[in-house]
Design a binder for this molecule. Structure first.
Ligand code: PMP
Length: 304
């Protein structure tokens, strides 16, 4: 992963914070913020291509839905969140970069019960996180290890939400992979089925068709859904189903999808080796076209 050039609390620019654009270095929370202690926080990861946020509506809706799953309501409407996100991008001047909206329970109450906390929201934009994996790794396919942590069952954690608490096992798995020289880890779920990477969904190419795990205990990625649509438009059959790890032996190609990862080929998972196959290449190209076309289409619609 590309190393960011500057620490994230010491930068120029502005952050949208509870309704106002504030100087970047002033966007503070108190140490007794509920979210910091109890992970009562939800967030999004969005990309800006050509000055526009790709799939802003889907991401903003997922932020609202994630909060609802965690039992709180963001005090801003979908349209207000979209407008705030666009305003933050405009103020940043960033044409190609990353957007991080988040919403969390504040410091009004400390303890497991948090009924009296206020809900806060912030949006930050940056542009030095362009490649999630190195260009060399992307060209050859990334090397993945197996995670020792399993994605929990939907009655163990709010698995449909993009909530901070679920990322504990992602960071642990990613760190373990990196310590052994791998780019990422593939996580199984509580049943032993293939689930996802630590920040991306996974697709298997088998006999000219795509297979991907059903997102019943992990995030149904917006990139995942985009790629399923793109593949079907190409006439490639996509099946969402339970996939056991032993199927990797008879798999021709593998790639992962995510806002940050985009479409990234996988070259290695444990003992299995893959080259960058024709479906992976096609999906990389189609995804690239769709994200580059989106700003031009939006500009054309605005001008019409
Ligand atoms: N799974 C996890 C755990 C993630 O963090 C992400 C990135 N948000 C994804 C999947 C992919 O989601 P999306 O395509 O919406 O970015």
């Amino acid at each position: 992963m590309a190393t960011p050039s500057k620490p994230f609390d010491n930068r120029d620019g502005t952050i949208w914070f509870d309704g106002k654009l504030v100087p970047w270095r002033d966007a503070h929370v108190h140490v007794l913020t509920h979210a910091l202690h109890y992970a009562s926080c939800v967030f999004e990861g969005e990309r800006i291509y050509g000055g526009r946020i790709f799939k802003l509506r889907e991401h903003s809706q997922r932020l609202i839905d994630s909060a609802r799953i965690l039992g709180f309501t963001i005090p801003w409407t979908l349209e207000q969140i979209e407008e705030a996100s666009n305003a933050t991008v405009r103020a940043s001047g960033v044409a190609d970069g990353y957007v991080r909206p988040l919403a969390w329970r504040g410091p009004e109450q400390m303890g497991v019960s948090a009924q009296l906390t206020k809900i806060h929201m912030a949006i930050a934009v940056w542009d030095d996180w362009k490649a999630y994996f190195t260009p060399e790794a992307r060209a050859k396919g990334i090397r993945m290890s197996w995670a020792k942590w399993a994605r929990p069952a939907p009655n163990t954690a709010p698995t449909a939400a993009k909530c901070s608490g679920l990322y504990m096992i992602c960071t642990l798995s990613k760190h373990a992979a990196e310590a052994e020289g791998y780019a990422d880890a593939l996580m199984l779920d509580w049943r032993g089925q293939i689930a996802e990477a630590t920040g991306a969904n996974v697709f298997l190419g088998i006999g000219g068709e795509l297979h991907t795990p059903k997102p019943d205990c992990f995030l149904d990625g917006i990139t995942r859904r985009t790629v399923i649509d793109l593949a079907r438009k190409r006439g490639i059959k996509v099946t969402e189903r339970a996939i056991m790890p032993d199927e990797l032996a008879a798999t021709d190609e593998v790639f992962i999808t995510g806002t940050a990862a985009e479409v990234t080929p996988v070259g290695e998972i444990g003992p299995h080796r893959y080259s960058v196959g024709p479906i992976t290449r096609q999906m990389m190209q189609d995804y690239d076209e769709v994200v580059r076309r989106a700003p031009a289409e939006a500009a054309a619609t605005a001008a019409a």
